[in-house]
Design a protein around this ligand. Structure first.
Ligand code: ADP
Ligand code: DAR
Length: 520
């Protein structure tokens, strides 16, 4: 009788004085799992048999006007395994929602309320079982064991801090790369805005879900001083965690989109207002309009696992196979594609080129060509790139200057695909993409055009084009030269204006360039 009384007294005493240790064990256990990059397995969510109708992005809670709303992490797709190289999620979001957000790490108070009484009672009830037969020796063992345990726990450094520190090797690479960039004559926006103050304030940060560091963000620009921009977002949270670098670059590139600005809702406008830029086919070779889309629930290239690449390719291929009419076509994986077929598609400007050193340096080409491919209709006027720079590039293009027809086809395609696949969208930044230059509308409307008089002086052509917010590139896109006098000229701004306005800027600018060419 006395033994039982003593035991219940001991239990009460332990609970009163050391209950929080058991709470910490629970927390520490979770931390340990994270440390070992084996996050607690997310609860498997039933994969919808058919891709759900795109969830309307829930109206975000109204942030205080000056404070931009943080970009939220994509909730990892239910079946997608965690990325291998990156630290496991500190607090893996567990409930895929239409507007995923980072779950706050439960506080010890939370644990105390939910965990201590049950775990403590269970543990001690288990331990007290031998006493039912009144075995005095076991009572002593329990008391010694409990005391020993509690003393031991009190001497451990409670690992309440999750593994959010940037490791020494990354810091060394950052310092070295920063010093070289600072000493270079680079004209990149990275060099312009990564001041020592910004560098020091960001170098120890990591994104909470995928552990992306500043190195993951800037490594392409550190390796390629001839970058125009030099940074990419390894995952959606990078736009928030490293906002002190992204925001000024976004403002500069997109012609004044401030960190307190909010991108307007999607609006393709009245596409019939766009006619043919060059009805007599004197200057325009071909016209193209593309947009980028990121699949909700997946991070960007540097954080994707090979399994995720393959999973996304399967999702995209099966979804697009349901398209009808002018959009009906076939998906062609890059894996197994005849090199001659691939090269012909690239030469005809239908397929993305390989070996882009900027993307390679950004860790965007791992597992190539796994999960990469192209979908197109029979006459290649509607195409979709899968997992090149962005998860998707949705493209409409054709010979000649009929921008109205090209833009109508694109809007039809985007509307059809959005019914089948939910895309990552942020309340402030618009549609999310790997590169900050493509955020917002993600629209690039371009012509392949010959302007022999204007182009006789490339600097002059770029100056005039710049007045209309147009960007001049070579025939095969950025960082390439013109071939046969053919330039790729397109709208530069993609944020702070609607899809219609972005295309209109291109339409009006090209119209002016042709006028000037004719007047020379
Ligand atoms: P980026 O990510 O550089 O913006 P895009 O997704 O716009 O790349 O694709 C660029 C490719 O599209 C280039 O390789 C180029 O060959 C092709 N392209 C761009 N504009 C046109 C056009 N008007 N006609 C034909 N091909 C084009
Ligand atoms: N080549 C990189 C990216 C510039 C924007 N083009 C993209 N995202 N395709 C640079 O910094 O030059």
């Amino acid at each position: 009788m006395f033994a039982l009384w003593y035991l219940s007294f001991a239990i009460d005493e332990i609970r009163k004085h050391f209950g929080w240790f058991f709470a910490n064990i629970k927390l520490k256990g979770a931390n340990k799992a994270i440390e070992n990059k084996q996050p607690p397995a997310p609860q498997p969510q039933p994969t919808p048999a058919v891709a759900p109708k795109i969830a309307e992005t829930k109206p975000a809670p109204k942030p205080a006007p000056p404070a931009p709303k943080p970009v939220v992490a994509p909730t990892p797709a239910p079946s997608s395994p965690k990325p291998i190289e990156k630290p496991a999620p500190a607090t893996p979001p567990t409930t895929p929602t239409t507007s995923p957000s980072i779950k706050p790490t439960p506080s010890p108070t939370t644990f105390k309320k939910e965990v201590v009484p049950d775990a403590l009672d269970k543990k001690l009830k288990e331990a007290s079982k031998p006493f039912e037969n009144g075995n005095e020796k076991l009572k002593t063992n329990l008391k010694d064991a409990t005391t020993g345990f509690l003393v031991n726990e009190s001497q451990k450094e409670p690992e309440r801090k999750l593994n959010i520190m940037v490791d020494a090797a990354v810091l060394a690479k950052l310092e070295e790369g920063y010093a070289k960039l600072a000493a270079s004559d680079s004209k990149s926006l990275l060099k312009k805005y990564l001041t020592k103050e910004v560098f020091d304030s960001l170098k120890n940060k990591k994104t909470p879900t995928f552990g992306s560091s500043l190195l993951d963000v800037i490594q392409s620009g550190l390796a390629n001083h001839d970058s125009g921009v030099g940074i990419y977002a390894p995952d959606a949270e990078a736009y928030t965690v490293f906002a002190d670098l992204f925001d000024p670059i976004i403002e500069d590139y997109h012609g004044g989109f401030k960190k307190t600005d909010k991108h307007p809702p999607k609006d393709f406008g009245d596409v019939s207002t766009f006619g043919n830029l060059d009805p007599n086919n004197e200057f325009v070779i071909s016209t193209r309009v593309r947009c980028g889309r990121s699949l909700e629930g997946y991070p960007f290239n540097p954080c994707l696992t090979e399994a995720q690449y393959k999973e996304m390719e399967e999702k995209v291929s099966s979804t697009l196979s349901g398209l009808e009419g002018e959009l009906k076509g076939k998906f062609y994986p890059l894996t197994g594609m005849e090199k001659s077929v691939q090269q012909q598609l690239i030469d005809d400007h239908f397929l993305f080129k390989e070996g882009d050193r900027f993307l390679q340096a950004a860790n965007a080409c791992r597992y190539w060509p796994s999960g990469r491919g192209i979908y197109h209709n029979d006459n290649k006027t509607f195409l979709v790139w899968c997992n090149e720079e962005d998860h998707l590039r949705i493209i409409s293009m054709q010979m000649g200057g009929d921008l109205g027809e090209v833009f109508r086809r694109l809007t039809n395609a985007v509307n059809e695909i959005e019914k089948r696949i939910p895309f990552s969208h942020d309340d402030r930044l618009g549609f999310l993409t790997f590169c900050p230059t493509n955020l917002g509308t993600t629209i690039r409307a371009s012509v392949h055009i010959k302007l022999p008089k204007l182009a006789a002086n490339l600097a002059k052509l770029e100056e005039v084009a710049g007045k209309y917010n147009l960007q001049v590139r070579g025939t095969r896109g950025e960082h390439t030269e013109a071939e046969g006098g053919i330039y790729d000229i397109s709208n530069k701004r993609r944020m702070g204006l609607t899809e219609y306005q972005a295309v209109k800027e291109m339409y009006d600018g090209i119209t002016e360039l042709i006028k000037i060419e004719k007047s020379m």
